[in-house]
Write a protein that binds this ligand. Structure first.
Ligand code: URA
Length: 242
């Protein structure tokens, strides 16, 4: 990989700015000062440093966002703020995108990454990755609903959902539930409750596959996945390949 590309990809400025850094003699590759922007480096082998500070190369970024209400799960939107607008420049320059969508008024766990293979795996309907949601429901959610969800419910367009595991945390005028589903149809949780004559009034995603929303992550904030979290996701992809 070209040296100027590596430095630019790692957030040290545009190619032009990086060339100035090189010209000024600020960049070393292994033990040598390097001024040639087109020099080829192996990001996994060569030690690159800027003014003595080691440049740590990474290709992929994996972020856990506690999505707030009011932002769109997309990389661009003509009108509203998107989840990518919540990221610092040092993270957004990796061009991460949200893995799947949460509605504008849904909160909770959203993974952002630039690892297309992982995203594809997590979103593929064939993989049936479980997603668990916590919700407030207008109306009494009953054991009858639990049984109906377990068999799959028919949405207004005639689609019969895969079984959903519904747990009633509180059955009241405003019920509280947890629902685990293995699909990701548009507005799926809301439409499943509509199918049994009830309405979701608050929705939060708690988990996606092995990844759990970090309870200590404030709404609107994000962090990189820990090594264990990332490993638990990559294991799923690698399992498939072996
Ligand atoms: N189901 C919904 O209805 N909305 C979401 O945001 C996610 C799942």
């Amino acid at each position: 990989m070209r040296l100027d590309k590596l430095l630019s990809n790692m957030g040290y400025g545009s190619r032009k700015e990086v060339r100035q850094l090189l010209k000024a003699g600020s960049v070393r590759v292994n033990t040598e000062t390097m001024k040639d922007a087109s020099a080829q480096v192996d990001p996994h082998q060569d030690e690159v440093s800027i003014l003595g500070e080691r440049v740590l190369y990474k290709e992929f970024i994996y972020l856990m966002l506690h999505k707030p209400q009011g932002v769109i799960s997309a990389t661009e939107d003509g009108r509203d703020r998107t989840v990518v607008d919540l990221l610092d420049a040092e993270d957004s320059h990796f061009n991460p995108f949200p893995v799947g969508r949460l509605d504008k008024d849904t909160e909770g766990l959203l993974l952002l990454t630039n690892d297309g293979k992982l995203a594809h795996h997590l979103l593929s309907p064939r993989k049936e990755v479980p997603k668990t949601y916590y919700a407030h429901i207008s109306g009494f959610v009953t054991e009858e609903d639990v049984v109906k969800f377990a068999a799959g419910v028919t949405l207004e367009d005639g689609y019969l959902t895969k079984p959903g595991m519904l747990k009633v945390l509180k059955s009241a005028e405003k019920s509280e539930i947890e629902l685990t589903i293995t699909e990701g149809k548009f507005h799926q949780v809301k439409r499943m409750f509509e199918a049994v004559g009830k309405r979701v009034i608050y929705l939060k995603r708690l988990s996606m596959g092995p990844l759990q929303l970090d309870a200590s992550l404030p709404i609107g904030e994000y962090r990189e996945l820990t090594e264990e979290e990332l490993e638990s996701l990559l294991v799923l992809v690698n399992k498939e390949e072996s």
